[in-house]
Design a protein around this ligand. Structure first.
Ligand SMILES: Nc1nc2c(ncn2[C@@H]2O[C@H](COP(=O)(O)OP(=O)(O)OP(=O)(O)O)[C@@H](O)[C@H]2O)c(=O)[nH]1
Ligand SMILES: [Mg+2]
Length: 296
C-alpha cells in the first residue's frame, strides 16, 4: 500500500513545492506557516502547530512530525467487522455529490478482494438515477443489490437488504442514502428512521455510520460533518477526491475538529481508488516534500 497516498496528494504536494521549491534540512517557521496555509491547513490549526514547536526560528522534520501526528492521536473507536457476527452493516451518509455511491462501489470491491461477500442496499430512493447508478456498479463489481422504485421508502430497502443478507449469510451490507431531500428536516428524519429500522432488522445495526466528505471542499467539510453528527451520530469518515485538490492539509483541521477516525481516502474514480488512511504515511508524504532525506 505504501506510496499509494502519494497519488492522491499530487496536487497538494505541487502546492507545497510552489511555496518551498528547494527541500530543506530545517524549516523556517514562517515558511512552514506558508506551506501549511497553501495546502489548506486552517489558520487556527497552523497557529497551534507553531505554538507547539520548539522556540527556535527553524525546526527539523521530527519536531514537525511530532506535532502534526498529535492531531490524529485519538482512539479509533469505530467498530471493526471482525467484532460483529455477519452481516457487518455500514450506512453511508453525506451531502449530494460527496462521492457516496462511488465510495460504496470501491468499498464493496475492497471487501470482495478480501474474499468477503457483499450486498448493497439502494436506499437513496429520492433520485431514480441514484438507484440506476448503484445498480450499474453492482453489475460491474458483481455483487447483489436490493433496490426499489424511486420514491419508495428508503428504510424498507435497508430492512430488506439486511434481512436478505442474513438469510444468505452475506458478510457485508453497505447501504446508500440520499444526500439531499426536499428539506433538511426531511433528510434528518429519514436518516434517523433508516438507522432505527436497520436496528430492527438486525440488533446493533448499522455497525458503522460513515460520513463521506468531499475533499475538494477542504475545511468547509467540518460544519457539514458536525451537522450530520448531530443528526445520526457519525462513527467514521471517508474523504473523497483527494486527487482533485491541493487542499490535502485540510485533513489536519478535520481531524482536530471532529476527532473521528478517517478510514479511507478516495484518490480517483475507479474501483481501486480507495486507500486505507494511515496518519503516518500521510504525514510522511507531506514531510518528504519539505525536507531533504537523511540518506542524501
Ligand atoms: N477524482 C475523484 N472523483 C471522485 C472520487 N469519488 C467520487 N468521485 C466522483 O464524484 C462524482 C460524484 O460521486 P457520487 O458517488 O455520485 O456522489 P454521491 O455522494 O453518491 O452523490 P448523490 O448520489 O448525488 O448524493 C462522480 O463523478 C464520481 O466519479 C474520488 O475519490 N476522486
Ligand atoms: Mg449517490
Amino acid at each position: 500500500m505504501l506510496g499509494f497516498i502519494k497519488k492522491g496528494l499530487e496536487k497538494t504536494l505541487g502546492a507545497i513545492k510552489e511555496t518551498l521549491p528547494e527541500k530543506v534540512q530545517k524549516i523556517d517557521k514562517q515558511i512552514l506557516e506558508e506551506v501549511l496555509l497553501e495546502s489548506d491547513v486552517p489558520y487556527d490549526t497552523i497557529e497551534e502547530i507553531i505554538y507547539y514547536l520548539p522556540p527556535q526560528k527553524s525546526v527539523g522534520r521530527e519536531d514537525v512530525k511530532r506535532v502534526l501526528k498529535s492531531y490524529f492521536a485519538y482512539d479509533n473507536n469505530a467498530t471493526k467487522a471482525e467484532a460483529i457476527k455477519p452481516p457487518f452493516v455500514e450506512l453511508i451518509i453525506g451531502v449530494n455529490g460527496a462521492g457516496k455511491t462511488t465510495t460504496i462501489a470501491k468499498l464493496a470491491n475492497n471487501y470482495k478482494k478480501d474474499g468477503k461477500s457483499v450486498m448493497l442496499g439502494a436506499s437513496d430512493t429520492f433520485r431514480a438515477a441514484a438507484i440506476e447508478q448503484l445498480k450499474i456498479w453492482s453489475e460491474k463489481i458483481d455483487v447483489p443489490i436490493v433496490y426499489t422504485q424511486q420514491g419508495h421508502d428508503p428504510s424498507a430497502v435497508a430492512y430488506d437488504t439486511i434481512c436478505s443478507a442474513i438469510a444468505k449469510k452475506i458478510d457485508h451490507v453497505i447501504i446508500d442514502t440520499a444526500g439531499r431531500l426536499h428539506n433538511h428536516a426531511n433528510l434528518s428524519n429519514e436518516l434517523k428512521k433508516i438507522a432505527r429500522i436497520c436496528n430492527k432488522a438486525y440488533e446493533g445495526a448499522p455497525h458503522r455510520k460513515i460520513l463521506v466528505l468531499d475533499g475538494t471542499q477542504g475545511n468547509s467539510c467540518v460544519n457539514q460533518a458536525k451537522a450530520f453528527n448531530e443528526i445520526v451520530g457519525i462513527d467514521a469518515l471517508i474523504i473523497t477526491k483527494l486527487d482533485g485538490t491541493a487542499k490535502g492539509g485540510s485533513l489536519f483541521g478535520i481531524a482536530r475538529e471532529l476527532k473521528l477516525p478517517i478510514l479511507y481516502v478516495g484518490v480517483g474514480e475507479g474501483r481501486d481508488d480507495l486507500i486505507p488512511f494511515s496518519a503516518d504515511e500521510f504525514i510522511d508524504t507531506i514531510l518528504d516534500a519539505m525536507f531533504v532525506s537523511n540518506n542524501g
